[in-house]
Design a protein. Structure first.
Length: 359
């Protein structure tokens, strides 16, 4: 079997409400790998808020695509190494990591289809169901919007909900959090996300103001690049730290592990160089006694979470319009059943590219 062609497209994906209060749209970079035996693999990466999608596509088309044409797609590890080591002057983080991810996901999808197996079963399958937490609560939401959104997720059985704490006044962040927590009741536990907006001292102070609220985790407390700062926050507060959505390789996650900078690691399969690297990150976390909770794109993260014994939750964020994918996994009782279709089991609807192609 040989790769005969790779087609890519950028899709302009409008955000449904209430996320549209914060983001007008996201951009998806989709990749389709064709073979001489007629089997096609589908992969994608998500540029959250739209930034950088066109650059991701250019890097994929000009630097990575030529490396795969004519190769056997079943040699995923070999092809991943070929892509990862291709450019000496460009590290596989940021936009380049997104591009590798889209192709790696497509390769694994193709391999699963050839084998006739869903990916989580090919990888060993620790479970076939994964629990989820609802996620959102963005800064531009009113408290009433946050509560309505949280009730959407708890209405699907979720026992956890995460909201942002982006107000420059830490007391206002506590007030909003307390209001939402009271509305949800004692059966729903909460997480908060700083999204790298604070420095070390401000983050520690903010966390200390929230320590009595039984939070599951305190996410991205300082800049993702600041490993020493992350570790200092983790040592200084009583709430477990979560981070990882802006880390791209096992080497970066090794630094987090060795510094004990977090209790929950959050790789994003569409950023962290795809399924291949995310699985390695999961094994690394296990060796350090840490839990993995993949970032966003729950629909495709399910396979990774189901294959990792140390996976905790997937992030259920209602980011996609209903007519983008065919038959998305459904959250029932707070859990997702992992699709049993070969590969990752996802496909775009017949009209999605025509409707959402970026102009």
């Amino acid at each position: 079997m040989k790769i005969t062609g790779i087609e890519t497209v950028v899709l302009h994906v409008p955000c449904p409400k209430p996320m549209s209060l914060e983001f007008k749209d996201h951009r998806m970079v989709a990749a389709f790998i064709d073979t001489d035996e007629g089997v096609q693999g589908f992969g994608y990466t998500l540029a959250f808020g739209g930034g950088g999608a066109e650059a991701i596509q250019v890097y994929l088309e000009t630097r990575l695509k030529p490396l795969l044409i004519g190769e056997d797609p079943r040699l995923v590890a070999r092809l991943w190494e070929k892509m990862f080591r291709a450019d000496r002057g460009i590290r596989r983080v940021g936009l380049a990591g997104y591009a590798v991810a889209a192709l790696d996901i497509a390769l694994w999808d193709l391999v699963g289809k050839v084998a006739g197996q869903p990916l989580f079963r090919m990888w060993g399958a620790a479970t076939d169901r994964v629990e989820a937490y609802g996620s959102g609560g963005w800064a531009n939401y009113r408290v009433e919007d946050i509560i309505d959104e949280a009730h959407f997720y708890t209405g699907h059985g979720c026992r956890y909900y995460k909201m942002k704490i982006h107000d420059p006044n830490p007391r206002e962040n506590r007030r909003r959090l307390e209001t939402v927590r009271k509305a949800l009741g004692d059966d729903v536990r909460m997480m908060v996300d700083v999204n790298q907006k604070l420095d070390i001292l401000a983050s520690i102070r903010q966390a200390q103001m929230l320590e009595d609220l039984d939070l599951v985790w305190y996410e991205e407390p300082v800049l993702a690049d600041d490993y020493a700062g992350l570790a200092e926050v983790a040592r200084s507060i009583k709430i477990p730290v979560a981070t990882g959505e802006n880390h791209y390789t096992r080497f970066e996650f090794r630094e987090l592990c060795e510094r004990r900078a977090a209790r929950y690691l959050m790789p994003d399969v569409c950023r962290a160089n795809g399924f291949s690297e995310t699985l390695r990150i999961g094994a690394l976390a296990s060796a350090h006694g840490l839990l993995v909770s993949p970032h966003v794109v729950h629909e495709i993260s399910l396979h990774v979470a189901a294959a990792l014994p140390n996976a905790f939750l997937v992030e259920y964020m209602n980011w996609a319009p209903a007519d983008l994918f065919v038959e998305l996994p459904k959250c029932e009782g707070g859990w997702f059943r992992v699709p049993e279709r070969p590969g990752h089991g996802l496909a775009l609807t017949p009209d999605a590219i025509k409707k959402y192609r970026a102009s």
